[in-house]
Ligand binder design. Structure first.
Ligand code: ZN
Ligand code: ZN
Ligand code: FE
Length: 332
């Protein structure tokens, strides 16, 4: 069984080959099998609010075997070392982040911060990716509210690109690119969605997905562990509002991919500014957006619609959501 990193020499990227992941459970509750994240199971006993578990089918592991093809200069391979974890966000079996009390989401953010710090300290970890997949169309295999952490032994290409752009901008202008993007969005105002004391959410000018939303800390902070506790509370608040807003948009539970972009774990990145990106796969109530020919084949996105119009739709949805959930901020 193959378990290794394979180098794509054409794109200069790593692929995680994980032959053992084929036997992953697929929606166990549909087959009458008990949810592995509900309290009282073999891994979930005792009292807990938020639970960090090892991923049972890890794409990366600290004990990954030596690759068979070690010396080949063209078809390179490396050990698939790393850590894959699941963060169970609540003992409750159903729901989105907005369905959890603010205090519970705050505890979840604190758990993410602790894990980020712990994993960052491991010598072979270069980048800690935190993400949350929601919805059957995204391919989620377990319904119980959870996020995932992949602690990678390399800096992934998307982070590498953002770091390079931020570094170049800092060298040229002496300022943080992301701080300037935030100021620009605030100045134009047409794509803003929500703001509290420490965070702001908008559909960026340069969105690739129709309802893409980014969340930025107002303070120039490179990673979650450097947020204050009050900032983490406000991050919890804005995550609740964004997910509640999404669920109001088409009045169904909106699937999405949520990803944290943070600085790599080794070295200093004073020019980088952490943020969270949401990519929901819908472009209309009954139409999915696929990363198809031009998007995936060329990495060029076509935006179906106009970002300012989609932002206005989202703002209306956020307004309706705010009538129903407690919140610390408002629509700017
Ligand atoms: Zn469950
Ligand atoms: Zn900044
Ligand atoms: Fe980003």
């Amino acid at each position: 069984m193959s378990h290794e990193l394979r180098w794509n020499p054409l794109l200069g990227t790593w692929i995680i080959v994980a032959g053992h992941r084929k036997k992953r459970p697929w929606r166990p509750e549909e087959k009458g099998i008990r949810c592995p994240f509900c309290p009282g199971g073999p891994e979930t006993s005792g009292e807990w609010d938020v639970l960090v578990l090892p991923n049972k089918y890890p794409a990366l592991s600290p004990e990954a075997p030596e690759p068979r093809r070690k010396e080949d200069p063209l078809y390179r391979a490396e050990r698939a070392v790393g850590v894959c974890e699941v963060v169970v966000e609540t003992p409750q079996h159903e729901g989105d982040l907005c369905d959890l009390p603010l205090e519970q989401v705050h505890k979840f953010i604190n758990a993410l911060s602790e894990e980020y710090k712990r994993l960052s300290g491991m010598d072979y970890i270069e980048c800690v990716m935190i993400f949350r997949n929601k919805g059957a169309v995204i391919g989620v295999s377990l319904h119980h509210p959870h996020s995932q952490i992949y602690a990678l032994p390399f800096v992934p290409p998307r982070i590498e690109v953002e770091l390079r752009r931020c570094k170049e901008y800092m060298e040229r202008h002496g300022r943080c690119l992301i701080c300037d993007i935030i100021a620009k969005e605030v100045d134009e105002g047409t794509r803003l969605l929500y703001e509290n004391k420490h965070f702001i959410a908008f559909l960026p000018y340069f969105a690739m997905w129709p309802y893409e939303v980014h969340i930025y800390p107002k303070r120039h902070v490179p990673s979650i562990d450097q947020l204050t506790d009050e900032e983490r509370l406000h991050l919890a608040d804005i995550l609740r509002v964004v997910t509640a807003g999404y669920n109001k948009l088409f009045d169904f539970s909106m699937p999405y991919i949520m990803v944290f972009h943070q600085k790599p774990t080794k070295g200093d990145y004073p020019y980088y500014h952490m943020h969270i990106e949401f990519y929901p796969p819908y472009r209309e109530k009954d139409k999915l957006k696929y990363a198809a020919g031009i998007e995936w084949g060329a990495w060029v996105f076509t935006y179906d619609g106009v970002p300012e119009e989609k932002a206005a739709e989202l703002r209306n949805a956020f307004r309706r959501a705010l009538e129903q959930i407690e919140h610390l901020g408002d629509i700017p």
